[in-house]
Write a protein that binds this ligand. Structure first.
Ligand code: SF4
Length: 331
């Protein structure tokens, strides 16, 4: 057996806004017309988080730099209407509310500046940005935020700020097998320097209707296995390899080195992959057997031990974490 256990977390998925400056060829999330565009209101947000059940994580996702998007004027009017001047300022407020309601925030907002990361850091248990790939691919030709150097720079800034960090590869968007190795090497070298990467997601591209890549075939399971094998070889053991159980069959990938299933939600859908429901906890338990399934928080045990969290979230970590840094078991 490769690991002691397989982990997952319980989250509430919060799509803050779908206004995005990028136009990735595979994206079904971003607003394509003014009629689709939204910015969640505090009332809608509270309704979502009040359904939290047993969740410990508030997963905030948003389009990247909506202030620079096609529908920037919609976004700017809306945010001013709500009484805020930027997405980051508004999100800080939502994070505070999440904490008050017992949820540890994890923000994944695309490329952020060092100042924005620093602003959000105190309110977040961890943060994330998918590297996706270090290759320049056709799917990103209309996405200024997907320039690999920009993304690596943000991941590096997060390291300097000691933010426990999640990143990952999106497999099958036009990159070559060698690019998987280069992407993993790039993540490893940032981790070697800053020690802040807690997990690397290996996520398959899934075609979405009404997108330019609708007809492109998703990666085969063999390709995914190859990436997990490479991740297991290249990344240090302390970085968990995460495979999303709603997008692939985790069993064999666990045998190859994956040890985390990411966040699942009992109450909200995966807004990025709405066609793919998460399995429930009991189903996951059966899938990973004979490995033990353990619930974790959005901050991994190593960073709890190192004290890489703020006073704002300390009470929740103390409430939820056991002596191993995983979620306390039900008695
Ligand atoms: S950055 Fe994310 S939300 Fe924006 S277009 Fe690309 S995949 Fe969609």
């Amino acid at each position: 057996m490769k690991h002691k256990h397989v982990t997952f977390s319980k989250n509430i998925f919060i799509p803050v806004t779908n206004v995005c400056r990028n136009a990735c060829g595979y994206c079904g999330f971003r607003a394509r017309s003014l009629d689709d565009a939204y910015l969640i209101s505090v009332k809608e947000f509270l309704t979502l988080i009040k359904t939290k059940g047993a969740a410990t994580e508030a997963l905030f996702t948003a389009g990247e730099k909506p202030e620079l998007a096609n529908f920037a004027s919609f976004f700017k009017h809306k945010i001013l209407d709500y009484g805020y001047s930027s997405l980051v300022e508004y999100t800080k407020e939502l994070c505070k509310l999440a904490i008050k309601h017992g949820l540890l925030p994890h923000c994944n907002f695309g490329v952020l500046s060092r100042e924005e990361l620093n602003e959000l850091r105190v309110m977040n248990a961890s943060m994330g940005l998918m590297l996706e790939t270090v290759a320049e691919v056709e799917a990103h030709k209309n996405s200024p935020g997907k320039i690999p150097a920009e993304r690596l720079k943000m991941i590096e800034e997060a390291g300097k700020l000691k933010i426990p960090f999640t990143t990952g590869l999106l497999v099958g968007i036009g990159e070559k097998p060698v690019d998987h190795l280069r992407s993993l090497e790039a993540i490893k070298s940032l981790h070697d320097k800053y020690g802040h990467i807690q997990e690397v997601i290996v996520q398959p591209f899934i075609p979405k209707p009404f997108t330019p890549m609708w007809k492109k075939r998703p990666p085969s399971f063999e390709e995914l296995k190859e990436v997990v094998r490479a991740a297991s070889r290249i990344l240090p053991d302390e970085i968990a390899i995460q495979v999303p159980p709603n997008l692939t069959s985790p069993k064999e990938l666990i045998e190859l080195g994956a040890s985390d299933l990411g966040g699942i939600s009992e109450k909200t859908i995966d807004y990025i992959n709405p066609e793919s429901p998460w399995p429930g906890e009991e189903e996951l338990r059966k899938i990973v057997a004979p490995y033990e399934l353990r619930e974790r928080l959005p901050i991994y045990p190593r960073y709890i031990e190192k004290g890489w969290y703020s006073e704002e979230i300390r009470p929740l970590i103390e409430k939820y974490a056991d002596e191993e840094g995983l979620r306390k078991r039900k008695r």
